[in-house]
Write a protein that binds this ligand. Structure first.
Ligand code: GLA
Length: 387
């Protein structure tokens, strides 16, 4: 594995400002969020990147040297001081730009300034770049060229940057993301705080995704993720509960739990976006269940795939490094259902096995040939089958 791949041997984890703060991103919120991540054990769970998304710079343009300038009203001490503070907490810091003249929210982008911007971010101690694709030409060749330019510029700084590609999947970045130095690539439109798809306006055909559709995308692309490079199903909306600036009215507990379950099973990066300074217990339980997170961070790094459909219910399987198998029993329908997991569905022999319920952290009944589970509407039961 190359040094750049080793940066993402398992899926990256952290927090991103966009879904909650949007253009209100600011130094105090980032500082307090980083402090909360360090204080609340989120850091020990593996959430270690704190990413400043769009709208951090002065909107009008660059300074007389051509450098990007942090907005002094939002970042009165500049970004270097903030990066130093985040580092002092044992965390890493990320920033955002776009492969065109402007970002999605119409702040200055980095096209034509790749080396200058990469050098500036390196001088501030930035560890991660999310690179968006608004206002850029739609074809795949240009996207590859523009991402490669930035990948090369980051490499030239000599500083390690995790490079997060965000062109939403339309140009098949799962096929070329690694070759431009990327460790993660978005595979969908923005995931709103919603189970079903939401019309986001804007470009014709540009739908924001709900969580439900993301399951199909994760299954379609499962073979392209692995150690060093991951399909990014977009940020976690767990805990937003309709309060973020991203669209959507919020989801039920079981919908957030299915969202978290599949992001973990599919080895998606896990970037929280809720207000971790004021997390309720339900949200903390979803974000900090270590047995569930261990599926996402399993060293084998094999994304799950769907192995069976039973009406609106599904069985997903993910092989794990210790030889055991993780299974998700997903109910995408609006009524509760009994799901019978058959050993043969997941390639298991007719012998005694232990099925551990990972959300409850309890061993379920012995499992030989069949295991019956009741799954509530939009709920996912996660099992680890071993022995
Ligand atoms: C795009 C990206 C989002 C976010 C916004 C910022 O929509 O997909 O994740 O970065 O831009 O403007």
């Amino acid at each position: 594995m190359s040094a750049s791949e080793a940066l993402a041997a398992t899926p990256p984890m952290g927090w991103n400002s966009w879904n909650m703060l949007g253009s209100d991103v600011n130094e105090a919120a980032i500082r307090e969020t980083a402090e909360a991540i360090a204080a609340l054990d989120l850091k020990e769970c593996g959430y270690n990147y704190v990413v400043i998304d769009d709208c951090w710079s002065i909107k009008g343009g660059r300074d007389s040297n051509g450098d990007l300038v942090p907005d002094p009203a939002k970042f009165p001490n500049g970004i270097k001081a903030l990066a130093d503070h985040v580092h002092s907490l044992g965390l890493k810091i990320g920033i955002y730009s776009d492969a065109a003249e402007m970002t999605c929210a119409n702040y200055p982008g980095s096209y034509g300034f790749e080396e200058q911007d990469a050098h500036l971010w390196a001088s501030w101690g930035i560890d991660f770049l999310k690179y968006d694709y608004c206002h850029a030409p739609a074809d795949q060749a240009t996207a590859i060229e523009r991402y490669a330019r930035m990948g090369e510029a980051l490499h030239k700084t000599g500083r390690e940057f995790l490079f997060s590609l965000c062109e939403w999947g339309g140009r098949a970045p799962h096929l070329w993301g690694r070759s431009v130095g990327g460790q993660m690539w978005r595979v969908s439109a923005d995931v709103f705080d919603s189970w079903t798809n939401v019309w986001a306006g804007g470009e014709p055909g540009f739908y924001a995704s709900g969580v439900d559709i993301s399951l199909d995308i994760a299954d379609d692309l499962h073979e392209y993720g692995g150690p060093g490079g991951w399909n990014d199903l977009d940020m976690l909306i767990v805990g937003l509960k309709g309060r973020g600036q991203i669209g959507g009215v919020g989801m039920t507990f079981f919908e957030y739990q299915t969202h978290m379950s599949i992001w973990c099973m599919a080895c998606s990066p896990l970037m929280m976006t809720c207000d971790v300074r004021a997390m309720d217990q339900e949200t903390a339980a979803l974000l900090m269940n270590r047995e569930v997170l261990a599926l996402n961070q399993d060293p084998l790094g094999r994304p799950a795939r769907r192995v069976k459909r039973l009406g609106s219910c599904e069985v997903w399987k993910k092989p794990l490094a210790d030889g055991s198998v993780a299974v998700a029993l997903v109910n995408r329908g609006s009524v509760g259902s009994d799901i019978t997991l058959k050993a043969a569905d997941i390639g298991q022999l007719d012998n005694p096995k232990v099925a551990r319920n990972l959300w409850q952290q309890q061993d379920s009944s012995d499992f030989r040939t069949e295991l019956l589970q009741h799954v509530k509407p939009h709920e996912t039961i996660l099992l680890k089958i071993s022995g």
